[in-house]
Design a protein around this ligand. Sequence first.
Ligand code: PLP
Length: 420
Amino acid sequence: MTPPSAVWHPFTQHGLEEPIPLVARAEGAILHTADGSRIIDAISSWWVTTHGHCHPRIMAAIARQAQQLGQIIFAGWTHQPAEELARRLVEIAPRPLDYVFYSDSGSTSVEVALKMALGFWANRGSPRHRIIVMQHSYHGDTFGGMSVGERGVFNRAYQALLFDVTTIPFPREGAEQATLDALEQACAAGDAAVFIVEPLVLGAGGMLVYPPQVLAQMHAICARHGVLFIADEVMTGWGRTGTLFACEQAGVVPDIMCLSKGLTGGAVPLAVTLASPLLYEAHYSQDRAKQFFHSSSYTANPIGCAAALANLDVWRDEPVMERIGLLAERQAEGLAMLAATPGLTSPRQCGTIIAVDFEVCDTGYLAGIAPRLMAFFAERGVLLRPLGNTVYVMPPYCISSEDLAAVHGVIAEAAGVFAA
Ligand SMILES: *Cc1c(COP(=O)(O)O)cnc(C)c1O
């Protein structure tokens, strides 16, 4: 039984009084609830946990840093973990993303990216201010993030206050040219400032996948028109799509790149917005009025930076790429089985992520099927959180073959129960 709680949970309708399990501890891909259940975390605790829960190396780094320096003002002051992390991020990111601006969540990294891009044009004395976005995108729940994301039930109450953007269609298979044409047209308009996009996979929009070639073509169009290009790799970064960053598969170097979620291995909150010299130089001046006006209280929190450094050590010292390759193979096998299961459609994969749609009459985010599916999976010891009638699997890279097979199995079982 759930005890009475003072907590107001995110994306939760408390009026439905659905059970909210109490998690006591976690290791690898497994959560242990207070009442003794073992749950397979098949969505990496909302896409953050990459190497597994409580990775010893990351947790030890956090403990060490907590003894040294827990927090420090970052405007006009600095510290070693932030300096070292910035250097190492620049080394592994596509070149030349040479500057690192710290913040504390994916949403804030997007706000920072948008402000950098608009500040770039403002500091040049240009009137360009229009932001181009892709249909079905998700970039966070702050006002900027909502404005550049898909409009829907999530943000209906705020719609009147969201700023105006130009939306190009998602590049559905066979209709890629319509996307490119729309982007070309939007970029040609004199006020186009920046295009923001999730590379290769639109996550919250339903795990919609498009090919690297389209990403490369979109980037080329923006470059041709001098429109800035933001890659929101908050979800796709850190190996999810099979490469460290999704942009690599298209040979694309964005002007700005947002990273969070797996930046600390999913252990503590931290985000970065990486910027090319173009952006930095547009704010570099003897004139204080041209500086970048953004900060969070916890900008570059030392404990977060120490966790991120340990994450980079894990990437350097452990066979993470091999794990990702194996996981992608096992996911492909599971997907083949699900694709052959009656009631499941649109099987798709990008790297370690797979998704299928349940054939039901009632689709969309509020589709009644999503919470019923979630409860069905939870009863069978699997944490999956469908997006409407889309069920996806995005596990930590350390998940065992047995646990992954069990996840694929409960999805197939659910198809027999729920699919129309
Ligand atoms: C999750 C996500 C965000 C928002 O990140 P938060 O840390 O939840 O604020 C932004 N963009 C993308 C692509 C995401 O998947």
